[in-house]
Design a binder for this molecule. Structure first.
Ligand SMILES: *Cc1c(COP(=O)(O)O)cnc(C)c1O
Length: 363
């Protein structure tokens, strides 16, 4: 590997890798999609062909995640970031009290937006340990009455993931699952609403998935139409032109995951992938990961080199070996290997081989 024309193992945190099979299928089908004689980006979203494609994607996502019938599945735009605003604008009473658990940067961004519409109670904030852990649930100070409680299932930057679903009783649990969706089974019925930008573990950017319990949504005629969940529900997520290409590719990814055997199979692979890399890092004197073992992410694995001055060399050498996008987020430093569904165990093995070789030579 290494020549510009060769494919690489992609460890990007987002937009992340797509399954090779899906990319090939898109390439083959693109010029003449579904026998229409046109590409999918050139046909009406109201056409029978697209509506079939769209509802097939929804049905496949529903079966992957076992979404109960009393939940809507919405295909929106604006990224997970727009959900930081849409959730407080749509859920519960105006200016009511809502609970937020902050376990990293994305949670902080969600709070910042929520404060514009709600009274926000910070239930717990793990800033004191530099977002390397999730504070024990029995230290959380939850409100007795909150319209919802918000968590970030996986903090993509620091690599911190819940390995449990908090019990919130009658208070709807809302979660940002952008970087963990479809990496493992999820018990949707424990949540009021979950949301995810597509470009981490699903498909191309431009699409955002929202799964929400039907009784939580009311029409909000005073807010802008495109921020009102009700309008998407009424229009099968086609209030205006939806992101047709992203929706179609996401549908291919759902089909691919079902063909792989579904999320139990995917979870097993993801456990194995992440364990390989964590075990290697933990047994090394040269590499380290600061995250509490109880809440280490299976998807995003940051690691530091013992000597920071070797970072640039590590990145240049790894890229020349066909291992792309390992640079850590600027707020954490070091490296980050994002190993979403489409980054296979072969990629993790090649990364570990490279890391061993690098340590031997420069460590
Ligand atoms: C990437 C990311 C976001 C932001 O997503 P956009 O789709 O770019 O708005 C929000 N939350 C988490 C956990 C993320 O990983």
């Amino acid at each position: 590997m290494g020549a510009k024309s060769q494919l690489v193992h992609n460890f990007s945190a987002g937009p992340g890798a797509l399954p090779k099979k899906v990319i090939e299928r898109v390439r083959n089908d693109f010029p003449n999609w579904n026998g229409t004689g046109m590409s999918i980006t050139e046909i009406s979203h109201r056409s029978k062909d697209f509506i079939e494609c769209a509802s097939k994607a929804e049905n496949n996502l529903r079966s992957l995640l076992n979404v109960p019938d009393d939940y809507h599945v919405l295909f929106l735009q604006g990224g997970a970031t727009l959900q930081f605003s849409m959730i407080p604008m749509n859920l519960g009473e105006k200016n009511s009290l809502v609970d937020y658990v902050v376990t990293g940067s994305w949670g902080n961004k969600a709070v910042k937006e929520a404060k514009k519409y709600k009274h926000v109670n910070i239930v717990s904030d793990s800033v004191a340990n530099n977002y390397t852990s999730i504070n024990d649930e029995n230290t959380w100070s939850r409100s007795e009455v909150a319209d919802y409680i918000h968590i970030t299932s996986n903090e993509t930057i620091a690599g911190v993931e819940y390995n449990f679903v908090p019990e919130t009783g009658n208070i709807p649990l809302v979660s940002d699952i952008s970087s963990t969706i479809l990496s493992r089974p999820l018990e949707i019925s424990k949540f009021g609403l979950v949301y995810a930008g597509a470009q981490k573990n699903i498909g191309p950017a431009g699409l955002t998935i929202v799964i929400v319990r039907k009784d939580l949504i009311n029409d909000m005629p005073k807010i802008p139409a495109l921020l009102n969940y009700h309008n998407y529900i009424e229009s099968q997520s086609m209030y205006n032109t939806p992101p047709v290409f992203s929706w179609y590719v996401a549908g291919l990814v759902f089909e691919y995951l079902l063909d792989c055997g579904g999320l139990k199979v995917i979870e097993k692979i993801n456990k194995e992938k992440s364990k390989l890399l964590y075990d290697f890092v933990d047994n090394s004197e040269f590499y380290s990961n600061p995250v509490d073992k109880k809440c280490r992410s299976r998807m995003n694995i940051p690691f530091l080199l013992k000597d920071n001055s070797l970072n640039e060399l590590f990145l240049a050498k790894s890229l020349s070996e066909g291992l792309a996008n390992l640079k850590g987020h600027r707020s954490v430093g070091g490296m980050r290997a994002s190993i979403y569904n489409a980054t296979g165990i072969d990629a993790v093995r090649d990364l570990i081989d490279f890391m061993k070789g690098f340590e031997n030579k420069f460590g």
